[in-house]
Design a protein around this ligand. Structure first.
Ligand code: MN
Length: 394
């Protein structure tokens, strides 16, 4: 099994998502949860952004022991010095230098020639060399860069002292095949002497696929954010990649240091602290991810939950097992919920009650709780007698 490193950027790229701003103590809380979940590298922030960001990084660097702490930095000596200062108390400090390498970014953002970009990047790596436990060098907009230029730059970066090189799909335009091809090319360029990482965005909904494809192509590090938070449509989701790797362990033949049972708590914390709204159908952490209504599905679930769920949510520390009683409900669900409460109905009674439940749900929406179902049965003259009744849980 090949071991790959998880580089989490929830506190940097994630926090850059419009409208999000965390106080240093909030960032520390999230950093601690990331450390506890087994994250290898925590990108704590972009120190030059503000005094609060500097304070947050210092706090995290002081408190976190297991994970390496990274900070984002432009290839400018003064900024490198600042990063060295804020990371001085870190048990493991990583400088994350980056520069854009695509023609559009070099021309319209940096106003630099490719030669100038190369020079700036390599001098910065040389300047930083020896001042940190590790140096990561990233190419911004790598997926829209010329592969020959990218290869040459990464080869020189490795020679100058970079310990990891990283390829960003900054606008989320890549396909899985592109990420694999680019990863292989850059691995060749650095002669496989240092790990090649990838940083994907989700503008086409492909961030997870692209990251997994890069792993298959030999990427040694992956950038993730919890719940996929990040600029625009976000980054590669931490939980999606971790669960994909677990589910397809034999296919990927890689392992990570992540403790799967802590995923639920980690996601809940980030969502709460950042004030995020998670979509109903968001993979793994959406309200409906482990919730069922339709008769055929609930019937299968009651016999064996793996009929309609790829993983037991409790293995991930995620609450699941909800049955919704609504328009699509079948007899099995109604029977199950009655029996859980010590009630039984004859088969034709059960059929009648199920039909009434469906009718009622079409008009007024699903019954919210198990108790509501039992009350509904009693109010409609069914002979059910129950002692308890609470949440609709499996
Ligand atoms: Mn990014």
């Amino acid at each position: 099994m090949r071991r790959i490193a998880i580089f989490d950027t929830t506190l940097r790229d994630g926090e850059q998502a419009p409208g999000i701003s965390l106080k240093p103590e909030q960032k520390l809380k999230i950093a601690k949860a990331l450390e506890s979940a087994g994250t290898d590298v925590i990108e704590a922030g972009f120190p030059v952004n503000s005094p609060s960001e500097k304070e947050a990084v210092k706090l995290i660097a002081r408190e976190i022991e297991q994970s390496e702490i990274a900070v984002l930095c432009r290839p400018i000596p003064k900024e490198i010095d600042l990063c060295q200062d804020v990371l001085s108390k870190a048990s493991k400090a990583r400088l994350h230098l980056w520069i854009a390498t695509s023609p559009i970014h070099m021309k319209y953002k940096l106003n630099m020639s490719p030669a100038k970009v190369m020079d700036k990047a390599i001098s910065a790596i040389r300047y930083a060399s020896g001042k940190f436990d590790s140096i990561q060098f990233s190419s911004e907009d790598a997926t829209r860069s010329h592969i020959d230029f990218l290869g040459k730059l990464m080869r020189e970066a490795a020679r100058a002292g970079a310990d990891v090189v990283n390829l960003a799909d900054t606008v989320g335009c890549a396909l899985p095949e592109h990420m694999a091809l680019m990863t292989r090319e850059v691995k060749k360029a650095v002669k496989d002497k240092i790990p090649v990482g990838v940083h994907c965005h989700n503008d086409l909904g492909l961030a997870t696929s692209n990251t997994l494809s890069a792993i298959r192509a030999g990427a040694g590090q992956i950038d993730l954010t919890v719940s996929g938070v990040g600029e625009r449509s976000g980054n590669t989701s931490f939980e999606q990649v971790v669960v994909s790797l677990l589910f397809h362990k034999k296919h990927f033949e890689v392992e990570t240091n992540v403790k799967q049972a802590e995923l639920g708590e980690l996601c809940d914390l980030v969502v709460k602290e950042m004030g995020l709204r998670v979509g109903h159908s968001t993979p793994l952490i959406g309200e409906n991810s482990f919730r069922h209504e339709s008769g055929i599905h609930v019937h299968g679930m009651l016999n064996n939950p793996l009929t309609y769920e790829l993983v037991n949510p409790s293995d991930l520390g995620i609450k699941g097992g909800d049955i919704v009683i609504g328009k699509h409900t079948g007899k099995a669900a109604v029977k199950h919920l009655l029996e859980r409460n010590g009630c039984t109905l004859e088969n034709d009674e059960l059929t009648k009650l199920t039909e009434l439940v469906k009718e009622r749900s079409i008009i007024t929406g699903p019954l919210e709780t198990e108790k509501a179902l039992l009350d509904f049965a009693v109010n409609n003259g069914f002979e059910v007698d129950y002692k308890r009744g609470g949440d609709l849980a499996r």
